[in-house]
Write a protein that binds this ligand. Structure first.
Ligand code: RFL
Ligand code: PHB
Length: 390
């Protein structure tokens, strides 16, 4: 029977980064993943990395392509009331930058680093289950059943994974909020419309201009979460983006061929504690944020940074204090990430139940945010990432 010190369920950013950090600390792990190697780097998801996430990837030796190919921005633009205000986060935070480097590129870099180092990732597994309260992971591969014995299990299998469900009912408290809107995301073959991201709020709803490469752009529009992509022709998308992003001086997005249309729902979820016995939950398996604050992948990276250090102390010094404090340490950051994501989401989106009072309050807050250095600094330090706890 195969064994590992740590069995990891899920080869998303959390699972792969954890496996890599453990390897650097001399701890062996095996990653069990239901999708294929091509599929894990498939979905177009996160775009923005906090400064701490970038530093962590670089220090861990997996930031070489990132440093060459990512976009490094000083800040972001806030667009409201037909005008645009720049928030210079680099200046406000003493040098921290906004890094735009897509999640699928992070995954490609991490998969390559693990496989180059001889790391074990079992892609294409089925019937994955956490057995014996975290003493093993059972799965099938090509019709053959396997059992990986482990001292600990890291549940890094996202919001629909099996790890969380393997924890007995009643142990975890679940805190949740569902928002009455979603994001309609497109990929466009066009040059960048802006040198930095634009977060826009308009009476017709939120819009976001982001980027993926010099020739591929990512844009989002607030929509009904139950809407159907088939209802959105290219013309309708462009006319909505033009309306929501319009400025008094006639700004327009650069249009091109739309190569992808998706609708994503928006939820805030936290389950706690993030540990049950030998099972540790990390990333989306333990918490989901609405994408507005660009925090999901970054919180996943922060969790596994704490977890890798705690495992290192346990395995090298026999000291389990870090493991015992894992949930509490992570949740402090997670709840601040939730607070920020909720705040930015409700600041920029329009809801059917909003009154003219709510709209005027949102605009007053944006006016405050873009005229008060204290308010802008608070926004900036959260967006580029609060410092890690030691
Ligand atoms: P993931 O990425 O969901 O990976 C989980 C992995 O586990 C596998 N899996 C299983 N494996 C084995 N057995 C099972 N039973 C399994 N069930 C599932 C899955 O196949 C997958 O490979 O979770 P992880 O690692 O915690 O990472 C979380 C991030 O992916 C997520 O938080 C971000 O994508 C959120 N997010 C953003 N985060 C940011 O930090 N910055 C952003 O700019 C940002 N933009 C976004 C986003 C998410 C978005 N969507 C689509 C929800 C933009 C969007 C539109
Ligand atoms: C993205 O580029 O996909 C992106 C950027 C900023 C966000 C969310 C997503 O807040």
């Amino acid at each position: 029977m195969a064994s590992a010190q740590v069995g990891i369920v899920g080869a998303g950013p959390a699972g792969l980064l954890l496996s890599h950090l453990l390897h650097l600390a001399g701890i062996e792990s095996v990653v069990i993943e239901t999708r294929s190697r091509e599929e894990v780097a498939g979905p177009i998801r996160a775009g923005v990395l906090e400064q701490g996430t970038v530093d962590l990837l670089v220090q861990a030796g997996v930031g070489e392509r990132l440093m060459r190919e990512a976009f490094f921005h000083r800040g972001v633009y806030l667009r409201f009331d037909g005008r645009t205000c720049h928030v210079d986060m680099q200046e406000l935070t003493g040098g921290k930058r906004v890094t735009v480097y897509a999640q699928h590129e992070v995954i490609r870099d991490l998969v390559k680093a693990r496989l180059d180092a001889g790391g074990a990732i079992e892609f294409g597994a089925s019937d994955v289950r956490v057995a014996g309260d975290g003493a093993a992971i059972e799965y099938a591969l090509g019709g053959v059943s396997h059992r990986l014995r482990c001292e600990f299990v890291a549940g890094c299998d996202g919001s629909h994974g099996v790890s969380r469900r393997s924890i007995p009912a009643g142990v975890l408290a679940r805190h949740e909020r569902v928002y009455p809107f979603g994001w309609f995301g497109i990929l466009v073959e066009a040059p960048p419309s802006s040198d930095e991201l634009i977060y826009a709020t308009h009476d017709r709803g939120f819009a976001l201009v982001s980027t993926r490469s010099p020739t591929l752009q990512r844009m989002y529009l607030q929509c009904d979460p139950l809407d159907d992509v088939a209802q959105w022709s290219d013309d309708r998308i462009w006319s909505e983006l033009r309306a929501r992003l319009a400025t008094r001086d006639g700004w327009e997005p650069k249009e091109g061929r739309i190569t992808q249309k998706v609708i994503v729902g928006m939820r805030s979820v936290v389950v706690e504690p993030m540990r049950h016995g030998r099972i540790f939950l990390a990333g989306d398996a333990a918490h989901i944020v609405p994408p507005t604050g660009a925090k999901g992948l970054n919180l996943a990276a922060a969790d596994v940074r704490v977890l890798a250090r705690a495992f290192e102390r346990h395995f090298t010094a026999g000291d389990s204090a870090g493991l015992d404090r894992y949930s509490e340490t992570c949740l402090r950051r997670v709840w601040k990430g939730q607070r920020f994501s909720y705040w930015l989401t409700t600041l920029l989106h329009r809801s059917d139940v909003d009154t003219s009072f709510d709209r005027r309050r949102q605009l007053a807050e944006l006016d405050y945010l873009t005229t008060s250095r204290a308010a802008a600094t608070s926004f900036a330090e959260n967006y580029v990432g609060l410092p890690f706890e030691e």
